[in-house]
Design a protein around this ligand. Structure first.
Ligand SMILES: *Cc1c(COP(=O)(O)O)cnc(C)c1O
Length: 215
C-alpha cells in the first residue's frame, strides 16, 4: 500500500472518534529512506526512530522533518544524539536525566516514559514513581518535561487498553497541576498501530504509528 492510502484510512478513523487530530509520528524504524521520503511527501512532518544509527540516517535524509527519538537510550550514547533530536520519548531514569543535563546544549523536550501496566518486559517508570521523579528534576534546566509516554500491552481488549491510557492521562494532569516551571506536561504520547483509536479517545496528543502507516 502507498503511504498516502494508509494515511487517508488512518485520518478517516481518527475523524470518526475526535475533532481534534493528534500529531502523527511516522515510525520509520522498519523501513528504508525511500519509504520515509514517501511519508514526508504524503504530508507527514514528524518522524520517530528507536535506534541511533537509523535515527541519524533518516534525519540526514529528511532535514526538514521533526525528529522524535522513541527508543530506550543508553546513558553512554546520550552525547551522540541528544543535540540532534527534537523530542525524546524515553526519559525513564535518573542517570539518563543527569547525562542529558550534562550534555545538552539547549533544553530538550522530553516525555517521561511510564510502564503503565507494570510489564516485566517494558522500560519506563512505575506509575507510583513518576511524580517524585519529575519533582526531582525541577532544577534541570536542560530538561523540559513536555508530557508522558507509554507503550500499552499488546492485547486486543480495547476497554482494558482505554483503562491504561486513562491512567496515564490522569497522571499527566496531576503533573501539569504541579506547575513546575520545567514540566508543563501538556502532552500524551500514546497509541500505536493496534491501539491508537483507544489512545485518542483517552486524549492522546501524539500517536506513534509504524506498521499500519509505512509497513
Ligand atoms: C515500533 C514502535 C512504535 C510503532 O509500532 P507499530 O506497532 O509498528 O505502529 C511506536 N512506539 C515505539 C516506542 C516503538 O518502538
Amino acid at each position: 500500500m502507498q503511504v498516502q492510502d494508509n494515511l487517508n484510512q488512518i485520518y478517516t478513523e481518527i475523524d470518526s472518534v475526535t475533532h481534534d487530530r493528534p500529531t502523527i509520528i511516522a515510525v520509520t524504524k522498519y523501513v528504508t529512506i525511500d519509504r520515509a521520503q514517501e511519508a514526508f511527501d504524503a504530508g507527514l512532518t514528524h518522524f520517530g526512530e528507536n535506534r541511533i544509527e537509523g535515527f541519524l540516517e533518516k534525519k540526514a535524509a529528511l532535514s526538514q522533518a521533526v525528529f522524535h527519538f522513541i527508543g530506550s537510550l543508553q546513558t553512554r550514547k546520550v552525547k551522540e544524539v541528544i543535540n540532534e533530536i527534537d523530542y525524546l520519548h524515553s526519559l525513564d531514569r535518573q542517570s539518563l536525566a543527569d547525562e542529558i543535563q550534562k550534555r545538552a546544549e539547549q533544553p530538550v523536550k522530553c516525555f517521561v516514559q511510564v510502564n503503565i501496566a507494570a510489564e516485566e518486559s517494558k522500560h519506563g517508570l512505575a506509575k507510583e514513581e513518576v511524580i517524585d521523579f519529575v519533582q526531582g528534576l525541577a532544577s534541570y534546566d536542560k530538561i523540559e518535561i513536555v508530557g508522558l509516554m507509554t507503550m500499552a500491552p499488546h492485547i486486543d481488549d480495547q476497554q482494558q487498553l482505554r483503562g491504561y491510557f486513562s491512567e496515564l492521562r490522569m497522571l499527566q494532569q496531576q503533573i501539569a497541576g504541579l506547575q513546575q516551571h520545567n514540566a508543563p506536561c501538556t502532552e500524551l504520547s500514546m497509541g500505536m498501530s493496534n491501539d491508537y483509536l483507544s489512545a485518542i479517545q483517552e486524549g492522546s496528543t501524539f500517536i506513534r504509528i509504524g506498521t499500519k502507516l509505512v509497513g
